[in-house]
Design a protein around this ligand. Structure first.
Ligand code: 5GP
Length: 205
């Protein structure tokens, strides 16, 4: 039997665009997506749990893993290191699951080079003011970091042409519904459907 390969969705956004809430809602929408838990050298924020939100590791450990080739992609974002486990991705891919990576633009670019069929989605905040407000009200980072993130947002947004889809996250429900549409449409693409339903197509041809 032919195993249909899963879709590889990659979601990027400037910090404060509401990507984490959106992804959380998407995972609850019974679409059966498998989220990769990244490794990072960043310290946990309030409420974050090791193994659920991130695998929090020391810089020495991260660098050792990097040296051992344990990351399929990695990047330095706002002074911290982040990476996606090669081993986890291989396992998830070989089981045919649909995968979701929530990573920055540098990572999305690396994934696109390795997996040209990956589906890259960029989340935009509805306005520059909204972005600044969200970063400030989140208040989980100090003002210097917020300033850095606002500057980085401009840089990240300059890469939007490299993405397959763009969603403006003004209202969470609307953005979520856009995201669900993308997931469903990608799953229904002819290439995937003919592979998945090859017996049906053969019977009916
Ligand atoms: P935060 O520290 O706010 O959780 O994440 C900062 C940025 O790092 C976000 O844009 C997030 O998507 C990105 N990020 C998280 N995990 C990874 C990863 O494994 N690889 C890359 N390249 N970026 C990541």
């Amino acid at each position: 039997m032919i195993k249909t390969p899963g879709c590889l969705f990659v979601i990027s956004a400037p910090s404060g665009a509401g990507k984490t809430s959106l992804v959380r809602e998407l995972l609850q929408s019974s679409l059966n997506l498998n989220l990769s838990v990244s490794h990072t050298t960043r310290l946990p924020r309030n409420g974050e749990i090791d193994g659920r939100d991130y695998h929090f590791v020391t810089e020495a450990k991260f660098k050792q893993m990097l040296f051992n080739g344990e990351f399929v992609e990695s990047a330095e974002v706002y002074g911290n290191l982040y990476g996606t486990s090669q081993h986890w991705l291989n396992d998830a891919m070989s089981s045919g699951q649909d995968i979701l990576l929530e990573i920055d633009c540098q990572g999305a670019k690396q994934i696109k080079q390795i997996f040209p069929h990956s589906i890259a989605i960029f989340i935009l905040p509805p306005s520059a003011e909204a972005l600044a407000t969200r970063l400030k009200t989140r208040a989980q980072d100090d003002p210097e970091i917020i300033k850095k993130r606002l500057k980085a947002a401009r840089e990240e947004i300059s890469h939007i042409a490299e993405f397959n889809y763009i969603i403006v996250n003004g209202k969470l429900n609307e953005a979520l519904s856009d995201l669900i549409c993308i997931v469903k449409a990608e799953r229904l693409k002819t290439e995937r459907q003919t592979m998945k339903h090859h017996l049906l197509v053969a019977q009916l041809s």
